[in-house]
Design a protein around this ligand. Structure first.
Ligand SMILES: NC(=O)c1ccc[n+]([C@@H]2O[C@H](COP(=O)([O-])OP(=O)(O)OC[C@H]3O[C@@H](n4cnc5c(N)ncnc54)[C@H](OP(=O)(O)O)[C@@H]3O)[C@@H](O)[C@H]2O)c1
Length: 322
């Protein structure tokens, strides 16, 4: 969908400058500015983090995010640079490696500074590259959290997320297990990932849910209703693939974006990737971003997105794209 969307704009620009200049040009109406976006969000009401975080998944062996990251010292330097630049929310999962991604985070950053939140996920069985299966059984969640605590060198995980519902296990049973782990003091806040709105509501009937991590970006708004519900409920929404990337392929199609997105980027002297991130920060105050990258240059580029203030017109034009 994404590529065709931008292809449409590229084609429109090539073949119909009228369409671009009347419907999609941003130059005519950019005087009204929105307020700068809030810089922080309090997960679960008490865990305040900067809204521009970092997704560490790609600091793993390739292909398939399997095994240890080849440039271990480079990965550690990148994680430290992220923290230096103000990142205090890092997303990982047992499945990334498995285990190796949590290892590199601990190796780079532990003992952690007081305000650094490392959020992880459990409920996946990944025995080989390309073989990734849900296992959100109580046994696997209990086993998983012990491993994450050990690898991350933590006594309690600030935000523990169910990686994805397991069709073989009643969803309520997985959530009840997370609630029991919270009761046992191993987890501060519980999050869900890759859930439907109905599953989120079902989980809320069991325990307080602090976050939802579903795929969402300028180019994929499938989970818009879930995002809007999270905004109403003050639940953190942590979009994965915020740059519209294929998780198993390096790079983002956004670097090729043309048409309106490129025009807006040029007006702000920014990259199209920065505009995609800035739009998400404007989209809702409960969004926490975790763009992934393996390069310090891209990390630094992404971090600048939080200083871009889009006009109301730009936000609404991008919002109307989908
Ligand atoms: N819950 C889930 O099921 C799930 C699934 C997937 C991901 N996630 C989480 O979401 C995080 C982000 O996901 P993701 O890494 O797949 O997708 P993403 O953030 O949409 O995009 C990352 C890709 O974009 C490239 N990139 C990043 N910044 C760039 C820039 N400024 N200019 C050009 N290219 C840039 C990166 O390549 P370079 O390395 O070359 O910069 C990387 O390949 C993961 O780390 C993980 O924590 C969760």
């Amino acid at each position: 969908m994404f590529l065709s969307l931008f292809q449409t704009f590229r084609d429109a620009k090539d073949h119909s400058s009228f369409l671009i200049s009347t419907r999609y040009s941003v130059k005519m109406n950019t005087t009204t500015s929105t307020q700068p976006t809030p810089k922080t969000f309090a997960i679960g009401g008490d865990l305040t983090v900067n809204r521009l975080g970092y997704g560490a998944m790609r600091l793993t062996g390739q292909p398939s995010n399997f095994g240890p990251y080849a440039d271990w010292e480079g990965g550690k330097a990148l994680l430290r640079r992220a923290v230096e630049l103000g990142v205090n929310f890092i997303d990982t999962a047992e499945a990334y490696g498995p285990g190796d991604n949590e290892d590199i985070i601990a190796d780079a950053l532990s003992p952690y500074t007081k305000n650094l939140v490392v959020a992880t996920k459990g409920g996946i069985f990944k025995p080989a590259p390309g073989n990734i299966q849900a296992d959100a059984s109580p046994d696997n969640l209990r086993r998983g959290i012990e491993g994450s605590l050990q690898r991350l060198k933590l006594e309690k995980i600030d935000l523990y997320q169910l990686h994805r519902p397991d069709p073989k296990v009643p969803f309520a049973k997985s959530v009840q297990t997370l609630a029991a782990l919270q009761q046992a003091g191993k987890v501060r806040h519980i999050g869900l990932s890759n859930v439907t709105l109905e599953q989120l509501k079902e989980a809320q009937g069991i325990v307080s849910i602090a976050s939802v991590q579903n795929r969402f970006s300028l180019s994929d708004r499938t989970h818009k209703a879930t995002l809007d519900y999270c905004t109403e409920q003050n639940i953190a929404f942590i979009p994965h693939g915020s740059l519209g990337a294929n998780p198993l392929k390096r790079g983002t199609p956004l670097t090729e974006a043309k048409g309106m997105i490129l025009e807006i980027a040029q007006q702000h002297d920014a990259s199209t990737t920065q505009i995609a991130l800035a739009w998400l920060l404007h989209r809702a105050p409960n969004i926490i971003l975790i763009p992934g990258t393996t390069t310090v240059a891209h990390l630094e580029d992404n971090m600048k997105a939080s200083s871009i203030t889009l006009s109301e017109s730009e936000v609404s034009q991008i919002s109307q794209l989908a």
